[in-house]
Write a protein that binds this ligand. Sequence first.
Ligand code: GDP
Length: 525
Amino acid sequence: MAFEKEIKQRRTFAIISHPDAGKTTLTEKLLLFGGAIHTAGAVKSNKIKKTATSDFMEIEKQRGISVATSVMGFDYKQRKINILDTPGHKDFAEDTYRTLTAVDSVIVVIDVAKGIEEQTKKLTEVCRMRNTPIIVFINKMDRDGKDPFELLDEIEEMLSIKVRPLTWPIGMGYNFQGIYNLFFKSLRLFNPEHEKIPPAISFSNILDTEIDSHIGETAAATLREEVELVEAVYPEFDIDLYRNAEIAPVFFGSALYNFGVQEILDTFIEIAPSPSPSKTLERTVSPYEEKFSGFVFKIHANMDPNHRDRIAFVKICSGRFERNKNYYHVRLKKQMKFSNPTSFIAEKKEIVEYAYAGDIIGLYDSGNFKIGDTLTEGEQMHYTGIPSFSPEMFRYIENGDPMKFKQLNKGIDQLMDEGVAQLFTNEFNGRKIIGTVGALQFEVIEYRLKHEYGATCKYEPIHLYKACWFASKNKAQLDDFKKRKYQDLAKDKQKRDVFLAESAFALEMAQQNFPDIQFYFTSEF
Ligand code: GDP
């Protein structure tokens, strides 16, 4: 295990939240604490402005900026931290889902006033599918919000995970006085006027009367009561349960005021897992294996016509990647080497000589990669765990220029490989259907087909509720289903069976009438 030390130091994670909960602010504060940046405002929000929905070129420009901050790496207390950025815009949710396949843990940011919101729920569901360990940061404590106990119940219920607070807030909003660290039994006082956060004050235990002198008798009494309740209701924090994604430690703070950020960062580097084993179709791969392997989880195309190249983001799953060494592209069965692989350190992109399991590298690509591709030192194996999700918006796509039929097909093919949307072919009428998670993708596809492939597409409406994959061991029932629903069946790009449900009711009826058929909402089952 030649690279054990390097790999053990790595902590690769993502910060996820519903837009506006404070993901960008927290990311920036972590980078500040980690010394990766020196001024606030250095991290460009990759948030796409709401007004921009009709102008996707503007959005692409913003996305272009965000490529530079796709992965932010920094060193902190002998750890190498990689933060993977995720697009906040809902129309790019699929991008975020895929990014989550490349992390070993996540921090979920929740707005204390809003509690669990739609995107928080969806993104944590993806984490739950993959058993990704979760730390929760309850943000904006400087504002009034929900009662902490209620919020913890809400998290347990809506995110289906047990929680264990590791810090506890003293008041909130105007009355927010700070947090008590349940683990270190220390107090950190909040003062929005102070530029520097004062050091934590330690006590032998919560009964120490000195606490009263800092926060007042009433607040101290409330704190004691609440801490007693916390200790009684929630079991001791157990790192193994956290790493198995069964329990989520919870922190309170205010990212805007840098408050509670040190606590979460210091705990994070202690408890967050280093790179964990990854699954391939053939076997499970340990990060400590000598030989390099990794997979493509994201492809970013450059919309600038002068720079047509794309960047394929590769998560290294084992061993060490070296610049200019030959690696095996499993799907294409060909050797490839990369002369300018890049790593991403805070604001700057750099060419890397070496990168280790846990790291993300960007490879310039002229069309060799698609999402999910595996690179190895020669072994035939295929990384799994990058599912497609049931799209929610659909349109027929037709050729708008009979002379450009080939270009259109090539364009559609490549855009789908990049993961812009999903393509289904209706088995009944042979028509092609594009399925997306956001309306914006339709515009992106049309624009890119025109500008990159010289092809014109036309959309036609199709009324669909959901496309889902299906399978069954009961062949007779499967045949019967296919016979009866022959107008509503399609194949995806991998030629898997897909049911095109017209309505929630149609899907429900299918599930009821064909109990031996399983319907799946992700492509991996
Ligand atoms: P994102 O969409 O999750 O990345 O959210 P941002 O980090 O961009 O934050 C959204 C808004 O909330 C911004 O106006 C922030 O200044 C504000 N914000 C973030 N953290 C806090 C906080 O702790 N307290 C308060 N009062 N506002 C915050």
